[in-house]
Design a protein around this ligand. Structure first.
Ligand SMILES: [Fe+2]
Length: 384
């Protein structure tokens, strides 16, 4: 099975909002996106299509589960037959969480089991329109929300949360500032690489992951430095491709660790998974050298052997991160070292039990995960 929404892509695809069939649409977004005029345009197009709309624009960066519950209350009141997530990963994730709760108010978010069928879509369908180029949430099973009680990042996965329709229009991403283009682009890179390495990667996801990786290596630096339309457009598509790949093959420990660090230290997701990727590559080398060779060959890296593939891939990743000016080590993130040490057992336990970790080609124990985090703190090469 390859799970994927109907995707309208290309410049001008946003107009497809006006082709929805229904009575009421709830648009889930944030204040910044509202100010850019995209919400107004969506509402105008919906009105022309004979649909009423309501806007929930209270999504905060790094959103809490409580925001999804509030948004679901709005849905219960408004009774939409479409829920539209419009924005970066945060509004889309809140839209997906609220969609689930609107459909199944009897199930709480932490109870969602990736292998269970919940019979969603009795009340509404889901559309996602990304304005950033990274999370892939517009095509993915994933929802990342912070659990208000535990402070833990809830990495929810459910195949029924793959949107029905995704609109992937690069015009909406052109307003992203350079720094955001870099950090979201690195998130997309981690999706592409991890999805190629997982236990569940397969003949359908492999070429998608490789193409996404190749595109990101080719265009991310240009998108960051020059911000030209071609580079940003290609990055927008690559992020969606990587999203399709990981939805159908899973992720790995860079995401397990990134979710854990992101939740406890409020580090932007792309930066948190980015610093973890080089260590994930080293840790998984025993199982994945052949896969590293495939990626390096696709990137036309010379002088690669099975013995040096781990080092070469790690260097290649770090090189790109440096060129787009994102931190390559934990030390460069705004994290207090002592606080990190104090929380290391909690971090390790969150990371080891994160849903992304379960598809890693090599599964660390909680104790090994703790050691990986200690090595990350001291920027020490993984030797076990
Ligand atoms: Fe991610």
């Amino acid at each position: 099975m390859l799970k994927c929404p109907l995707i309208y892509f290309g410049k001008g695809a946003f107009a497809r909002v006006g082709t929805l069939k229904g009575k009421r649409a709830l648009i889930v977004t944030d204040k910044k996106i509202s100010e850019l005029g995209f919400v107004r345009e969506a509402q105008e197009r919906l009105q022309k299509a004979g649909m009423q709309s309501r806007v929930f624009d209270k999504v905060e960066p790094d959103p809490k589960d409580s925001t999804a519950y509030n948004c679901a209350d709005t849905a219960t009141d408004f009774k939409p037959d479409w829920i539209i997530g419009l924005g970066g990963g945060s509004p889309i994730d809140v839209a997906k969480g609220a969609f689930f709760l609107y459909e199944r108010p009897d199930v709480s978010l932490p109870q969602i089991n990736p292998y269970q069928f919940y019979g969603l879509r009795k009340k509404a369908q889901l559309m996602a329109i990304p304005t950033t180029s990274g999370t892939g949430s517009e095509v993915s099973i994933g929802v990342a929300l912070t659990d208000t009680n535990s402070g833990r990042k809830l990495a929810i996965a459910c195949f029924e949360l793959v949107p029905d329709i995704a609109i992937v229009d690069p015009d909406l991403a052109f307003k992203m500032p350079a720094q955001l283009r870099a950090s979201t682009g690195i998130d997309a890179l981690v999706h592409a690489v991890e999805s190629y390495l997982t236990k569940m990667s397969n003949v359908f996801t492999n070429p998608i992951a490789i193409e996404a990786t190749r595109t990101i290596f080719k265009f991310l630096e240009r998108s960051f430095k020059e911000g030209d339309e071609e580079a940003m457009e290609r990055m927008h598509y690559a992020a969606t491709l990587a999203g399709i790949a990981f939805t159908n093959s899973g992720l790995g420990i860079a995401h397990g660790i990134g979710h854990s660090i992101g939740a406890l230290f409020h580090i932007p997701h792309g930066l948190a998974v980015g610093v973890a990727l080089p260590y994930a590559i080293q840790y998984c080398a025993k199982q994945s050298k052949g896969r590293y060779l495939d990626i390096l060959h696709a990137l036309e890296v010379k002088g690669v052997t099975s013995t040096n593939s781990s080092q070469k891939l790690m260097s290649k990743v770090k090189e790109l991160m440096t060129r787009v000016e994102v931190p390559t080590t934990l030390e460069s993130l705004p994290i207090n070292k002592q606080e990190f040490r104090d929380k290391i057992s909690t971090l390790a336990s969150f990371a080891a039990t994160d849903v992304s970790t379960f598809t890693s080609p090599r599964m660390p124990t909680a104790e090994q995960m703790k050691t990986i985090l200690e090595y990350m703190l001291d920027d020490k090469p993984i030797d076990f």
